[in-house]
Design a protein around this ligand. Structure first.
Ligand code: MN3
Length: 199
């Protein structure tokens, strides 16, 4: 069973003006598609074939091609899922309560998450993770993620891609503006679902 590029729940232009259609098209159909194909090639005939992407990410001593492309596959699958044209606003439900409990207020959470995303040097990701109901924010380099060796080991429920390919066409060097716009398209219902599943 090969990994497949997931279909999006929205069209490429529906996240505008926060994320532009051209960026979405290239990001999904070229970048994510490339990670998917390269992951399939890298695991073919190895004992990683047949494992879930989570199991692969958690495996020790991953070859670089599997780590980079497996991370690229997993990270973007989560990223597309937690975006929505009807997203944004303040989170409700269990995740809303957990954020307020952990960070004092949604604004404070937004500041801390944005700081993690803005200060990740070079290419990488920022994450909101959960472990035993407790939330934490971290960032990783390249296509690494929290499940991998060296990661925090917690379950990711929110992710932002801060590779330049995620924003450069529209925002050029203005990563903070992209991070701010990302908050307008977060699908908090989905994040809440992932949070409650991880409890
Ligand atoms: Mn990307």
């Amino acid at each position: 069973m090969k990994f497949e590029l997931p279909k999006l729940n929205y069209s490429y232009d529906e996240l505008e003006p926060n994320i532009d259609a051209k960026t979405m098209e290239i990001h999904h159909s070229k970048h994510h598609n490339g990670y998917t194909n390269n992951l399939n090639n890298a695991i073919e005939g190895t004992d990683l074939a047949g494992k879930t992407i989570e199991e692969i990410c958690k495996s020790e001593n991953l070859p670089a091609a599997v780590r980079n492309n497996g991370g690229g596959y997993y990270n973007h699958c989560l990223f597309w899922e937690i975006l929505s044209p009807n997203g944004g606003g303040n989170p409700n439900g269990a995740i809303g309560e957990a954020i307020t409990n952990e960070y004092g207020s949604f604004e404070n959470f937004k500041n801390e998450f944005s700081k993690a995303a803005a200060t990740r040097f070079g290419s990488g990701w920022a994450w909101l993770c959960v472990s035993d109901g407790k939330l934490s924010i971290c960032s990783t380099a390249n296509q690494d993620n929290p499940l991998m060796e060296g990661g925090c080991g917690e379950v990711p429920i929110l992710a932002i891609d801060v590779w330049e390919h995620a924003y450069y066409l529209n925002y050029q060097n203005r990563r903070p503006d992209y991070i701010n716009a990302f908050f307008n398209v977060i699908n908090w219902d989905k994040v809440n679902e992932l949070y409650t599943q991880a409890l």
